[in-house]
Design a protein around this ligand. Structure first.
Ligand code: ATP
Length: 393
């Protein structure tokens, strides 16, 4: 029986050609288009810093910041790839490495990944980090060229592993005679830089480029360029593109979010057997994406914030709203039920503020007359089930 269902799905999905997507890959966040509209200034600035590499000189290290989805990764990959292509045509020794240090999550793997772009094969375990580093330095020196190393999402890495590796990398040129390394660090956390070791900060930020958020018109152009190649003609009207652009512009001008919205709206249209994408599909996509984000945010919370959220969910279900004191009492009980030592009320107040900042709850300060102030805490009722489902203890 079950295999019949599978056969049926395979038959209907694989054999039926999409009427919506001509090439869905084009809407994928990792896809880098031939041109990046509205990033000409940033491309020019990064290329002007790095171009000296083609003359064999070491470019300054660069720190790129800007909010999520402002094209930092796309621009850094685009410029370093184009320079490497040019270098190969000119017979100049220039190679580039790109590592997302949030995904490649240990120091060992980060250096191994950087080294692999020089053709080094580092075993996945078994040698000391210092040895991997030594092999990388030796390979650089034997090769004698310029290595552009793009380290994306470095704030995650530094929070997790500290800034030792960055320190080593920005100092590596002192150990090298023939080869040179230039670092391009990318982060969307503006405060991150302030917490760096001052020596790392001054070397890494020899040059800084700030990426501003996109406005609705710029997002329109970005979406239009991708939509023209991703969808069959007539499937997505300019009204739909404007609508997605306006929604994403309202939420800090994030191109990734705008593209996700368009892609998911297309998927919903396809699932529903429609031949065009409508505003209704975009609205549904918005809900689907929001639920996905909330689920992700909740499931990656540490233990105590999860317990606090569980307390708030239970109070929401019992009485529709709650105060800081009630949340603490409930949290206290739940923690004991799970055999976990409860934190102080003060820590719980901080956690409530953090949950509010992430947008999982809504906390408003209210006066209780002589009894001072408290917070009224609520959860958007549309998200209650998703949040509850995501709290796994
Ligand atoms: N100017 C642009 N033209 C075309 N596509 C763009 C442009 N800017 C961003 N994008 C696309 O938006 C998505 C997100 O961009 P990107 O990954 O570069 O953002 P980011 O600033 O690095 O964000 P994050 O901090 O989340 O990594 C990618 O699919 C990228 O191709």
């Amino acid at each position: 029986m079950a295999s019949d269902i599978i056969d049926e799905i395979i038959e209907s999905r694989l054999k039926k050609k999409s009427r919506i997507f001509m090439n869905k890959e084009i809407l994928h966040p990792d896809y880098i288009p031939e041109t990046l509209p509205h990033r000409e200034k940033e491309i020019r600035k990064l290329a002007e810093i790095l171009v000296v590499a083609l003359k064999g000189e070491r470019p300054s290290n660069v720190l790129i910041y800007g909010l999520t989805g402002t094209g930092k990764t796309a621009v850094a990959k685009y410029v370093s790839r184009r320079l490497a292509e040019k270098a190969s045509a000119l017979n100049t020794r220039l190679l580039h490495a790109y590592v997302n240090t949030r995904k490649v999550d240990t120091t060992y793997r980060v250096i191994a990944s950087i080294a692999s772009s020089l053709g080094l094969r580092i075993p996945s375990t078994g040698i000391a980090i210092s040895e991997v580093y030594r092999r990388y330095t030796r390979a650089l020196e034997n090769w004698g060229g310029l290595h552009i190393v793009v380290l994306d999402e470095i704030d995650y890495y530094v929070r997790r592993e500290g800034d030792d590796l960055l320190y080593k990398l920005v100092r590596i040129n002192e150990e090298l005679e023939k080869a040179r390394v230039a670092i391009v660090g990318i982060t969307n956390d503006i405060n991150f830089v302030e917490n760096l070791d001052p020596r790392v900060r001054s070397s890494l930020g020899e040059e800084e480029i700030v990426f501003p958020p996109y406005d609705a018109e710029q997002l329109y152009d970005i979406l239009k360029q991708r939509a023209d190649k991703a969808f069959y003609p007539g499937v997505v009207s300019s009204k739909i593109i404007s609508y997605c652009a306006a929604l994403a512009a309202r939420e800090h001008g994030d191109a990734r979010r705008a593209l996700d919205l368009l892609r998911v709206a297309g998927e919903i249209a396809e699932r529903e057997g429609s031949s065009i994408v409508t505003i209704k599909h975009v609205k549904k996509a918005q809900i689907e994406l929001e639920e996905g984000r909330v689920f992700q945010a909740v499931s990656t919370l540490p233990l105590h914030p999860k317990l606090v959220l569980k307390a708030i969910v239970e109070l929401m279900k019992e009485k529709g709203t709650s105060t800081t004191g009630e949340v603490y009492n409930k949290y206290f009980k739940i923690a004991l039920e799970y055999g976990i030592e409860p934190l102080t009320q003060r820590r719980i107040s901080e956690i409530i503020t953090q949950l509010d900042m992430i947008g999982l709850i809504n906390a408003v300060v209210v006066s209780r007359g002589r009894h001072g102030k408290t917070k009224l805490i609520k959860i958007n009722s549309g998200l209650l089930d998703v949040i509850e489902g995501a709290i796994k203890l």
